[in-house]
Every structure is written in C-alpha cells, then in structure tokens.
Design a protein around this ligand. Structure first.
Ligand code: MG
Length: 159
C-alpha cells in the first residue's frame, strides 16, 4: 500500500450580507464569509490538502477566483471534482482531519452535519473525516472576528 499526506489552510474575511457556510452547512450567524465562491474555508482547506498530497497544485489553479464560472460556487461541487481528480490518478482518501478556528458562533451543534455532508460528497464512512472547532482565544484577526480559518490534512492511499 502506498500512502501520501497533504495539508491545507484557508482563511476568509467575515462581512455582512453573506451566508456562513462551513463544510457545506449553512450556519445561522449575523455575518458570513466573503469570497468569490461560497467561501467555505473548511472545504477549501480540505481540497488543498487532497491536491497537496499528490503535488497537484492548489484550488486557485483549478477554480481561479477571477473566473466568473466559479462565482458563488457551492464548494462541495468543487470538492467532488477534486475527489474525481484524485481518483483518476489512482488514489483514494484514507482519512481527513481538520480544525476550524472561529471565535463565534458556537460550531459544536453543526459538526456532525458538516461531517455527514462532507462524507456524502466524498463517499466516505463517517469515521474517515475528523472536524474540530476551536476559538483563537480572542487573539489576532480570527480572535477579533474579522475572519474564520481552517486547517486540514488528508491521507491518500493507493494499492
Ligand atoms: Mg478559500
């Protein structure tokens, strides 16, 4: 069995008039993440981890932010495409682990739904996707609620 590991990071600014979508889940909050797509930082970090494991570049290469085609894009649709790319190279996901860093809102009630949505998109069992949420202890831009960040690692396997 061959294995590969990749890591991904993303951060988006928070602003009014935007939805807060994390892991494909629409989370009620007075502000949302600003971006060209739906700005789902968790899904973006996961995609970069998957691409990184195979040295396939980053999501900006496949879904350029200046391409009108991806305006308002559902990041789960992009995730499915990245997974197809990984599979086409003969690899599949062993597991993913991730951390969302957000001062507010409380994400705990939404973690299981995020996991289920990501697992459904990637056709993975629930125990193959880890999602944790932490605050930044009020430190820095995330602590001041100027943005939300996410980190992910992906292990890919091939036979
Ligand atoms: Mg992003």
């Amino acid at each position: 069995m061959n294995i590969r590991i990749g890591n991904g990071y993303d951060i988006h600014k928070l602003g009014t008039g935007r939805r807060l979508i994390l892991g494909g889940v629409d989370i009620p909050h007075e502000v949302g993440l600003i971006g060209h797509s739906d700005a789902d930082v968790l899904t973006h970090a996961i995609m970069d981890a998957m691409l990184g494991a195979l040295s396939l570049g980053d999501i900006g290469h496949y879904f350029p932010p200046d391409d009108a085609k991806w305006a308002g894009a559902d990041s789960l649709v992009l995730l499915r495409q990245v997974n197809e790319l990984v599979r086409s190279r003969g690899w599949q996901i062993g597991n993913i682990d991730s951390v969302i860093v957000a001062e507010r809102p409380k994400l705990k009630p939404h973690i299981t739904t995020m996991r289920d949505r990501l697992c459904a998109t990637l056709e993975l069992k629930p125990d193959c996707v880890g999602i944790k949420a932490t605050t930044n202890e009020k430190l820095g831009p995330v602590g001041r609620e100027e943005g939300i960040a996410a980190y992910a690692v992906a292990l890919l396997v091939s036979n």
